[in-house]
Design a protein around this ligand. Structure first.
Ligand SMILES: Nc1ncnc2c1ncn2[C@@H]1O[C@H](COP(=O)(O)OP(=O)(O)OP(=O)(O)O)[C@@H](O)[C@H]1O
Ligand SMILES: [Mg+2]
Length: 396
């Protein structure tokens, strides 16, 4: 197995995800799912496995939504997938095609084109979406197959739509999808949402625009955690061997890689890649050395600056200093910190003096996987590696 950090790996090289994949298939029997997990943890890899190795009876339709920037583009993309799915079964998306024709659309070599003067405001994207799903479900009833939409980068698309077409359209899209799940859930329709931005940020920003709905609370939240120690070590071992890295202490070296990476497969791939490039022997000390180099590298090969850069975007510029102060305090502390302690520190620093706002910020920092709480409700970094990087990069 070769190191391939961030690339599309061969699905036979995916380790440690069998349990969560089983859990996803089991849950889909009952309801739709949203996967919430830290960036670069392996969400897309799981989606690819669900798509390529479906449980019997399911027919996945997988789409990366990053490329769609309007509700209409999304609706048409769903139609195309449905149409492709049905035509493979010698069926057709009849209702949607009739709708396209009524809108003045034409079919060129099997691809439907709408008149270019139409935009999302003038085009009934909701009807295109609903009819496509109706076509899919209607035809499905005649066969013993359950359609499953696997949608990656949902929050990213919603952000795009919000920017291009306004909050209202993003809200309507979420509501429409929820309506479709409610109407067709009984007929087996299921959706899986995931993406590298937390969906809670998009929904929160919509709520600021008086959006009162809870458009995803019918979907079970399934977390994807880092790899357990065993598969993390297995991955490290296979990569060290696959890259032909010389070592007389394979077991010890792989153990250190698994521990120091916090079980993030992305970092494991990176460590081994850098080890290979260095030409060093695979020893525990060298692994530590490589990790330190990578954490300090100004080119940021592990894309950790994202944890810093996203703060003003996610939390708003008004709370940026408070969030930095919280993380700085926790990173240098040898023990978990209480809300009261943090509030005193933040007050003294002159960055925040409102307890409720602090609690809200801490809640989001938990949802964003910076922090977690012990049984006393005190906060500490969820991932030691992130804490280590934070400390280094902030000069603390
Ligand atoms: N289960 C796994 N086994 C081995 N390697 C993995 C596994 N999951 C992820 N990887 C490695 O981590 C990299 C990132 O994985 P992936 O793209 O699935 O993460 P992601 O969570 O979708 O990232 P993003 O948040 O950027 O969308 C992959 O390119 C691969 O190198
Ligand atoms: Mg991804």
């Amino acid at each position: 197995m070769k190191a391939n950090p961030g690339g599309q790996i061969d699905l036979r090289e995916v380790v440690g995800r069998d349990k969560v994949i089983e859990q996803i298939w089991d849950t889909l029997e009952q309801q739709s799912i949203r996967i919430n997990a830290e960036r670069r943890i392996g969400k897309t890899t799981i989606i690819r496995k669900l798509c390529d190795e479906p449980r019997s009876g399911w027919v996945p339709i997988s789409q990366d939504l990053e490329q769609y920037h309007t509700a209409l583009e999304f609706a048409i993309a769903v139609f195309r997938q449905v149409d492709g799915f049905l035509s493979l079964r010698r069926r057709t998306a009849r209702r949607t095609k009739e709708l396209f024709t009524s809108l003045g659309g034409i079919e060129v070599k099997g691809v439907f084109k709408l008149p270019s003067f139409l935009n999302s405001n003038e085009t009934p994207w909701k009807e295109i979406l609903s009819n496509s799903i109706l076509d899919l479900i209607g035809e499905k009833d005649k066969q013993n197959e359950r359609p499953l939409f696997l949608w990656d980068e949902v929050p990213y698309m919603l952000e795009s739509i919000k920017k291009n077409e306004g909050e209202n359209v993003a809200m309507e899209l979420l509501d429409t999808l929820r309506g479709l799940r409610q109407t067709h859930g009984r007929n087996g329709l299921r959706m899986v949402f995931t993406g590298s931005i937390g969906l809670h940020h998009v929904i929160k920003s919509l709520k600021r625009q008086n959006y009162a709905n809870a458009p995803i609370n019918d979907m079970l939240l399934i977390p994807v955690l880092p790899l357990d120690f065993k598969p993390a070590k297995e991955l490290a071992t296979k990569l060290i061997q696959g890259e032909g890295i010389q070592t007389s202490v394979l077991d010890e070296a792989a153990t250190v890689v698994a521990n120091v990476s916090d079980g993030f497969p992305f970092y494991i791939h990176h460590i081994i890649k850098a080890m290979k490039q260095s030409g060093w022997e695979g020893t525990p000390d060298n692994v530590e050395q490589i990790v330190l180099q990578q954490l300090k590298d100004a080119n940021d090969p592990w894309e950790l600056n994202h944890y810093r850069d996203r703060i003003s975007v996610y939390y708003g510029e008004e709370f940026e200093s408070a969030v930095l102060e919280i993380l700085d305090e926790i990173t240098v502390s040898s023990e978990a910190l209480s809300i009261n302690y943090l509030l005193t520190k933040l007050k003294n620093a002159g960055v925040l003096d409102n307890r409720d706002q602090l609690i809200e910020l801490l809640k989001i920092l938990e949802q964003d996987h910076y922090l977690t709480r012990n049984n006393l409700g005190h906060y500490y970094f969820q991932f030691p590696l992130l804490q280590r990087w934070w400390k280094l990069s902030r000069g603390l």
